[in-house]
Design a protein around this ligand. Structure first.
Ligand code: LMR
Length: 315
């Protein structure tokens, strides 16, 4: 029996929520509209919605912080300019978490560049354990599952243990060497099931790496529904743990990993979660093809980090 839908249902039916929504002052009237919509959803467990433009209100005693807002890249903007603007935002939010949130708070960073924004927020909140910070690569993870499922004509629930390594950017490495797929009741490796190595090493990887850009091109807007679903998956797994025999991808602090990824990077790894605590999945064999791709995305994250840390003291 697949327990995932039941587990999501449990979250909805057992966990009362107080939602605190933070935005900048000029957006307060828009936020009122969001509050009205939330009320109109008649969600039985939504106990209160608090809209605010004040960090001391927004971050007070939080259990979970989902940091969605960031400065989006505009035409003509250099990557450095983007990082500079975001370091300012995430330094301020990290400091506010440090000051006002519970020390057990789980922080999920979604705003791009998500990995480096998350690292900056964590560095700006020294009293909160680094392990409490994660960034969203579940969207890429879900995209990878779905591409495999579409290719085989199975459902995405039949695919498990794909991995997203590295940055939530076009250098990310979607890896299916350890993934399994249920074909007609039999669990087999993805390479064995698909029997098309050149697709798996070529178009599959490119499609997942470039999916965010493809959605923006088609919609003229960034992903919304799929990102929201991925946030729900990510937070549900932090709260309830990952199912037995399954792992998921999350951007987490790289300290102590056994995969040769440099320390002090916010890098996406395969993790299992129990009692609201994640652990690296250890001991997966890494072939030369994967090694090269994992190093490439680590290099990009190292460069992003160096630039961001440079700005941190002046932000
Ligand atoms: C996505 O992966 O869909 C987004 O992170 C893309 C973006 O830049 O907003």
């Amino acid at each position: 029996m697949n327990l995932r839908p039941i587990q999501s249902e449990l979250f909805l039916s057992l966990q009362p929520l107080v939602l605190v929504l933070l935005d900048i002052t000029p957006m307060m009237t828009v936020l009122e509209g969001v509050v009205m919509e939330l009320q109109d959803c008649a969600l039985p467990l939504l106990r209160e919605v608090i809209p605010t433009d004040k960090e001391e209100v927004a971050f007070k005693d939080l259990d979970i912080a989902i940091l969605v807002g960031s400065m989006p890249r505009r035409e003509g903007m250099e990557r450095k300019d983007l990082l500079k603007a975001n370091v300012k935002i995430f330094k301020s939010q990290g400091a506010a978490l440090d000051k006002y949130a519970k020390k057990t708070v789980k922080v999920v960073v979604v705003g791009n560049p998500a990995n480096t924004n998350c690292l900056i927020a964590s560095k700006s909140a020294p009293s909160i354990p680094k392990e409490n910070f994660s960034c969203l690569t579940r969207l890429d993870h879900n995209r990878a599952k779905s591409q495999i499922a579409l290719k085989l004509g199975v459902t995405s629930n039949d695919v498990k243990n794909v991995i997203i390594w590295g940055n939530h950017s076009s250098t990310q490495y979607p890896d299916v060497n350890h993934a399994k797929v249920n074909v007609k009741g039999k669990e087999v490796g993805v390479y064995e099931a698909i029997k098309d190595d050149s697709w798996l090493k070529g178009d599959f990887i490119l499609t997942v790496q470039q999916r965010g850009a493809a959605v923006i091109k088609a919609r003229k807007l960034s992903s919304a529904m799929s990102a929201a679903k991925a946030i729900c998956d990510h937070v549900r797994d932090i709260w309830f743990g990952t199912p037995a025999g399954e792992f998921v991808s999350m951007g987490v602090i790289s300290d102590g990993n056994s995969y040769g990824v440099p320390e002090d990077l916010l890098y996406s790894f395969p993790v299992v979660i129990k009692d609201k605590t994640w652990k690296f999945v250890e001991g997966l064999p890494i072939n030369d093809f994967s090694r090269e791709k994992m190093d490439l995305t680590a290099k990009e994250l190292t460069e992003e980090k160096e630039t961001a840390v440079e700005f941190l003291s002046s932000a």
